[in-house]
Design a protein around this ligand. Structure first.
Ligand SMILES: Nc1ncnc2c1ncn2[C@@H]1O[C@H](COP(=O)(O)OP(=O)(O)OP(=O)(O)O)[C@@H](O)[C@H]1O
Length: 824
């Protein structure tokens, strides 16, 4: 390797030898010839064009009879002049064609005198645009004279006028002219005003602007020199090659010093003696040239604005001036539902001392029968259940009492006896016995409880009362998702309403939004009335309450998008959760112009989850699992209710992400285990009797009862108030309807389409891997073929891990199908 690099480094100067074509064009002789030719040709065209205007009528026949010697021409430059003029002026751009000789002349000057290439390029760009503009403008003003606009100008005019109308085109032409002035000559309103002002001062008619420009030039002259060096790569290349070879020096010397008198031989002889002087001279000459150019070019110097400084932090100032951001301001007059909308029941728990005594005796006797002595017994009367806490005598095995559950139930002749042995953290054994007369726990009582009213929770839910008659309040934001299950008629819907009502009583419409999924279509309809206050929905959908499976899929995916968006916002705000984010936003530390917004909590409620899983399966399960896994930090919380708590509905992945679960009465121990990972739910008494598991311990609660008329009153109360213009918009999700793009055009079909169809129909198995094997294809092509076959109705839709169904029974039917397609 080392050797190799050595070799190349010694060869380096040879490699650098310039390309012969480049040298040919770099040679001054060639450049002079090209330059002179272009200048003369431009002169030729100019004369021909001018002459054309005097002789075009007589010379028109020349164009068609170019080769005919006998046909005379009037154009000063003969037939060629007449034909070229006809071509450029009559058939081309009319008067605008005069730009062509101008451009050719500039290009000639570039070759001849090595003017700046960038200037030539700019001239060509503007020249060609100007030519087109002139041609159209002349066509616009004089329709009858083809020589002014040329055919191109005339035709474009016709075309544009048909679309824009004469006035429209006139305005556009004027706009283009103004734009040209502004861009090319940097004419700005300020410049015009300055010019007008300076005109008023007669003394300084021209002095002021020029001196100004000069002063400006001084300040930025360094920049200009730098820029020009960048723009002109040729001289810098020459300079670098200067040290390598003498030949490459030639253009530099020829360029800038007096070499017209020096012969080539002299140059070579003198080559070795050359010192840096010529180069320096050349640079001086160059800068002089540049200065001259600079005098021509107007410099538009942008005034530097002084940065403004503030004395205090902007967010602090904003908070001082406007106060903290108040998300509720838009609905500032919103009134929370009042307590009198909820029905009050007689809730005083009447303890029947006889019943208590009887139950106590039965428990003691039953245990005695099994030789279990009781040291102490205590009763706590709840709304539906009484808890008897017993302390057994020393030496009694707890498992023994637990096994007697059925016997105790029998002796008490009561349903729904649950034995908790031991009660966690108490060291006693609990026996829950239903009261003969259950008391209804009203929503009114839980909502009006101090515990709920004064809770500082983010999303407080007063779900019911515990056995000790305490209001049970939980924070949905901490749960962070809730799974509810229970057999039909056991109080699930009431439970869902209790949850929603709790939130409605504590959260402003700006703070929480609900996404309601109700396949049963009847349970949550009442909430339609608060659509513009509290509900969130997909854009362009009519109903905010989702009853249709495909819409559920779209909504779930849309929520996933919302989740990702929210995570991005949290990331840019450098906070970890929605609470911190909203605090920062309220303190006006996040700029809404950067996409920041106040984030309301989103509560997704799904009733009849089993039904969804049955109809949509994985399509529903995957986004739900994603949301359940990730959405807690960004304020999306799920409440999922199901009638059938079987393992294929409440799958492992869902269970793992729903630590908070509520079980109403279920029919079997297995169902109870599926929901709570423990038995017990099968022994509940129904009608809102439930077990709440927050992860570790299970609490028996009587769910608060909220009737449909109460919900209606609440939603009416909210719905009658001023609302947002529309429901909260979730991000749009474009689903892949049907999994593939089924309208694949017949013309776009793969060449192997027919063969593939035959393979699939013969094997009666619609799989891409079969095509891969039989036709020796790659996976992608086989997949595309399957899509096309589906579009043609030869195979059925995607069915997960199963092969697709083949819809055509045999080759004859296939042939017929394809034949029909061809005939359509
Ligand atoms: N907390 C409660 N207190 C008193 N009664 C209740 C309570 N919850 C439910 N009920 C009674 O049980 C009945 C059925 O309740 P709910 O409609 O909530 O059952 P569900 O589980 O939703 O049934 P489904 O699954 O068929 O919709 C109610 O009409 C009511 O009479």
């Amino acid at each position: 390797m080392a050797k190799k690099t050595k070799k190349t480094s010694t060869k380096k100067p040879k490699i650098k030898k310039p390309n012969p074509i480049v040298t040919f064009f770099k040679s001054r002789q060639t450049q002079t010839v090209i330059g002179s030719f272009l200048i003369l040709f431009s002169l030729f065209l100019l004369v021909a064009f001018i002459s054309f205007f005097f002789s075009w009528q007589e010379d028109q026949s020349v164009v068609s009879e170019f080769a005919n010697k006998k046909v005379p021409t009037k154009n000063l430059l003969g037939k060629v002049g007449a034909s070229l003029s006809h071509f450029f002026i009559y058939e081309g751009f009319g008067l605008g064609a005069f730009v062509i000789p101008y451009l050719l002349c500039i290009t000639g000057l570039f070759w001849l005198f090595r003017t700046k290439l960038s200037k030539v390029i700019v001239s060509w760009n503007w020249g060609l645009l100007g030519m087109l503009w002139l041609s159209i403008t002349f066509g616009f003003f004089s329709k009858n004279s083809a020589n002014l606009s040329g055919v191109i100008g005339y035709e474009i005019n016709e075309y544009l006028q048909a679309f824009l109308g004469k006035t429209g085109l006139g305005i556009i032409l004027l706009f283009l002219f103004l734009a040209y002035l502004t861009i090319r000559f940097k004419v700005t309103p300020e410049l015009v005003i300055n010019k007008l002002r300076s005109k008023r001062k007669v003394d300084a008619v021209e002095g002021t602007p020029i001196s100004k420009v000069e002063a400006e030039e001084d300040t930025i002259s360094e920049e200009i020199v730098l820029e020009e060096k960048e723009e002109e790569p040729t001289p810098s290349v020459d300079k670098s090659e200067f040290e390598l070879s003498v030949e490459n020096l030639q253009p530099t010397i020829q360029n800038h010093s007096d070499v017209s008198t020096v012969t080539e031989e002299d140059e070579i002889n003198e080559g070795h003696d050359i010192d840096l002087e010529p180069v320096l001279k050349a640079e001086v000459a160059e800068t002089e040239e540049q200065l001259e150019e600079q005098e021509d070019v107007q410099i538009d110097v942008k005034e530097v604005e002084e940065e403004q400084h503030v004395k205090e932090n902007l967010s602090e100032k904003l908070v001082k001036d406007f106060g903290e951001f108040d998300p509720t301001l838009e609905l500032g007059n919103y009134k929370f539902p009042t307590l009198n909308l909820l029905k009050e029941y007689n809730e005083s728990i009447s303890i029947d001392p006889d019943e208590l005594e009887q139950n106590k005796n039965r428990i003691v006797n039953t245990l005695k029968n099994y030789k279990i002595g009781i040291a102490q017994i205590k009763a706590t009367v709840g709304p539906t259940i009484t808890l008897y806490e017993i302390v057994p005598e020393a030496g009694v095995r707890i498992s023994k009492i637990k096994n007697l559950e059925d016997d105790i139930a029998l002796s008490l002749s009561a349903l729904g006896i649950r034995i908790i042995a031991p009660i966690p953290g108490k060291g006693t054994i609990g026996i829950e016995v239903p009261n003969k007369k259950a008391t209804i726990v009203s929503m009114h009582s839980v909502i009006s409880s101090k515990k709920f009213q004064e809770s500082t929770m983010e999303l407080p839910i007063a779900i019911g009362k515990t056995i000790s008659n305490e209001t049970f309040t939980v924070d949905l934001a901490k749960m962070p998702h809730l799974l509810m299950a229970g057999a039909t008629g056991q109080g699930k819907s009431v439970g869902l309403n209790a949850v929603l009502t709790s939130l409605l009583y504590r959260k402003h419409p700006a703070e929480v939004k609900f996404v309601l999924v109700d396949p049963k279509k009847v349970e949550l309809t009442l909430f339609n009335k608060i659509e513009r206050h509290y509900l969130a929905k997909l854009p362009d959908t009519e109903d905010a309450i989702i009853t249709d499976t495909t819409k559920v899929i779209n909504t779930l995916n849309s929520l996933c998008i919302e989740m990702d968006n929210r995570y991005d916002l949290l990331k840019t705000a450098m906070v970890r959760n929605i609470k911190e984010y909203n605090v920062k936003f309220k303190a006006r530390k996040l700029n809404p112009e950067n996409g920041h917004r106040f984030l309301p909590y989103i509560v997704l409620v799904i009733d009849e989850f089993a039904d969804l899983i049955m109809t949509a399966g994985k399509e529903v399960e995957t986004p739900i699992a994603r949301l359940a896994q990730l959405a807690r930090a960004i304020g999306i919380h799920l409440i999922v209710a199901t009638q059938r708590p079987s393992v294929n509905v409440i799958t492992g992945i869902i269970k793992a992400n729903f630590p908070a679960r509520i079980a109403f009465r279920v029919t079997s121990k297995i169902d109870s285990r599926t929901i709570l990972d423990a038995p017990g739910a099968d022994q509940l008494i129904g009608r809102g009797d439930m077990l709440y598991s927050g992860g570790n311990d299970i609490t028996r609660i009587q769910c608060a009862f909220v009737d449909t008329p109460e919900v209606e009153k609440i939603t009416d109360f909210i719905g009658s108030q001023r609302a947002y213009p529309e429901a909260y918009q979730l991000p749009e999700y474009v689903g892949e309807e049907g999994g593939t793009n089924l309208d694949i055009d017949i013309a776009d079909r793969d060449k192997l389409f027919k063969e593939a169809a035959e393979v699939i129909v013969t094997a009666q198995q619609g799989s891409a891997s079969l095509l891969q094997r039989k036709l020796k294809l790659g996976y992608n092509r086989a997949g595309r073929l399957i899509d096309q076959l589906e579009a043609a109705g030869i195979v059925g839709p995607f069915e997960g891990s199963k092969a697709r169904q083949v819809l055509v029974p045999d080759l004859v039917a296939l042939e017929q199908l394809l034949e029909n397609e061809r005939n359509e």
